[in-house]
Design a protein around this ligand. Structure first.
Ligand code: SF4
Ligand code: SF4
Ligand code: FES
Length: 295
């Protein structure tokens, strides 16, 4: 006979509403248990929270500073406020700082939060009289995915996925400091010369297209990437007996990308190189459409 040990419940107050959640829960989990939400960027449901982006901050009574909801654990009797003027100002500034340092035009969450909190990134231009940094060319050093580092918000999701939380390849890390900080396999090596096994799991969790499948990157450049014309076909990967569930993103009757459902209890949205990138044989022998060729 097995005995389930139930975690003790912790009661707290969020925006005047009482909620009880298991001990060890985060404020974000307590907030979501009430059907409410706060913005998140570096948070990812299958990764350990690290609290680096600070867009999820809330006010906790008695706390001098704002606290990041994704990582702060609940305590009995806490009184939390999720949408005060101070909280909104802080979130606005996070969005502004991101938008004034990198290209977030393909980062829908950053765009949405910037609009919601009234971000004005141009306010920060006077602190950089020399103008915006010189754009860095996207790193296209393999056939499977591209690093477009001018879009990177340094959320560390990719680094955590590549390391011990998912892939255990430890192929990438953050190198450099400040505006020079970047996702790098070490010594600025091309990815094929690194420990990367091209699973693409870092690509799957990147919220900004700083890491992007090469097909998607090329179609965007050619102006042909159009999610409104895409449908998702679910299937099972044919390569091995594990049978991972796949989502084929199909545009104009051609597969343009493969992902895994993030809520799948087996894969949790992660795949190997074959499942994620080994689909081009489907179109073998068919001439690529002109707009899908590398410009
Ligand atoms: S493709 Fe896989 S192994 Fe390569 S950097 Fe990304 S997560 Fe790491
Ligand atoms: S490359 Fe993407 S996932 Fe990695 S740190 Fe930058 S924005 Fe985050
Ligand atoms: S989502 Fe909480 S700090 Fe980034």
């Amino acid at each position: 006979m097995t005995t389930e040990v139930q975690a003790a419940l912790v009661q707290l107050e969020v925006d005047g509403q009482t909620v009880a959640v298991p001990e060890g829960s985060t404020l974000l989990e307590a907030i979501r248990a009430l059907g409410k939400d706060v913005p998140t960027l570096c948070y990812h449901p299958v990764l350990e929270p690290i609290g680096v982006c600070r867009i999820c901050v809330v006010e906790v009574e008695g706390s001098r500073t704002l606290v990041p909801a994704c990582i702060r654990k609940v305590e009995p009797g806490m009184r939390v406020r999720t949408d005060t003027p101070r909280v909104r100002l802080s979130r606005r500034m996070v969005a502004e700082l991101l938008q004034s340092s990198v290209d977030t035009s393909l980062a829908p969450d950053v765009q949405r939060y910037a609009e919601e909190y009234g971000a004005r990134p141009e306010r920060w231009a006077r602190f950089r009289p020399e103008g915006p940094p010189r754009p860095r060319a996207p790193k296209v050093d393999n056939e499977l995915y591209v690093r477009d580092l001018d879009r990177c918000i340094l959320c560390y999701r990719c680094v955590r996925v590549c390391g011990e939380e998912v892939q255990n390849s430890f192929a990438i890390a953050v190198a450099g400091r400040g505006l020079e900080a970047r996702i790098d396999p070490g010594f600025d090596l091309p990815l094929p010369e690194s420990a990367c096994v091209f699973c693409g799991n870092c690509v799957a969790v990147c919220p900004t297209e700083a890491l992007v499948p090469k097909t998607q990157f090329e179609m965007r450049r050619a102006g042909t990437w159009d999610e409104t014309r895409q449908r998702v076909v679910t299937t099972v990967c044919p390569y091995c007996g594990v049978g991972c569930n796949l989502e084929l993103h199909v545009q104009d009757d051609r597969i343009v990308k493969v992902t895994a459902p993030p809520d799948d209890p087996i894969t949790r949205g992660f795949l190997c190189i074959k499942g994620r990138f080994g689909w081009t044989y489907v179109h073998a022998g068919v001439d690529p459409k002109p707009e899908m060729k590398t410009p």
